[in-house]
Write a protein that binds this ligand. Sequence first.
Ligand code: SF4
Length: 343
Amino acid sequence: MVNTLSTRRPFIIPIFLPHAGCPHQCVFCNQTSITGVGRDAVSPEKVERQIHEFLKFKGNDRRPVQVAFYGGNFLGLEKESIKRLLNVSAKFVKNKYIDVIRFSTRPDTIDHDRLDIIKDYPVSTIEIGAQSMDDRVLAMARRGHSASDTQRAVAMLKERHYDIGLQIMVGLPGEDEAGSLFTSRRIGELEPDVVRIYPTIVLKNSLLAKWYENGSYRPWSLERSVAHVKTLYLFFKKKNIPVIRMGLQAAEDLDNGTAVLAGPYHPAFGHMVHSKIFLDMAGTMLKDMKRGHDTVIIKVHPHSISKMRGMKNSNAETLKRKFQIRSLKIIPDPSLDEDQLAV
Ligand code: SF4
């Protein structure tokens, strides 16, 4: 029996521009904490050094290479700064060390003037921080833009043939699972090329931290967030929209707890979601089989062994208990896709 749910990723060189070009302060944001990089810390010279370092690290990896500017509002930067950052990156594209450039930006900074600035650069993908498609939730998060800004921005990027990434959050103030599913449906209707899903974390020195401390905001638990993000992942999967990230990227300040006050942060959040999906797939397949098996063998792609096992082998233990299996073996089978399993 084979079950399926995949995607080959480029080699990304991430350049963090914490809060750069951003005129706002969203309630959940403290970009310096998220990225571990101080404000104003990124010059073209630094970008160049960083690209060189990542290229050394890349070694013989044959995946396509992308430089990605994250963490700020790229199109909100001064026109000259945009050009300087793109010039330095484009040099690497010209010399064929890098394939393309991508960046993230706010929906309300996307307009024809700004897009004209970047039109001659090798930018392939523009990611938009949509966060929610409910104007009430956006207002509570003090985003300073509406859902229609995201719709308008996507239409403009489509006209210019960019690949589009949309970022959404779960657990924002005023948005429950049903509201988040509504957001995801509207995001799905916009047919982006990729989606990222971030659980809302209470970062120190954010406005949300104050709301948490005075009791007006309760973050979602890790369990609730994983369960709901799993639902969203499967929703987008069904629509053939790859979810390329679930959970904040691990960073030292996040991992050592100095930046996080509360909320469902886990360095392996995406892995936990995938593990839950594998657990569900295996459970569905085992449900139809006779109980009390002595030995069950589950085959998965070698890259998916740890997803199938779950954190601390928890999936294997759950399946053994639930289906009265004495011995459960999870073995690699390179003939399967990374999102498949066979029992
Ligand atoms: S738009 Fe982005 S960088 Fe600016 S405050 Fe909001 S989350 Fe932070």
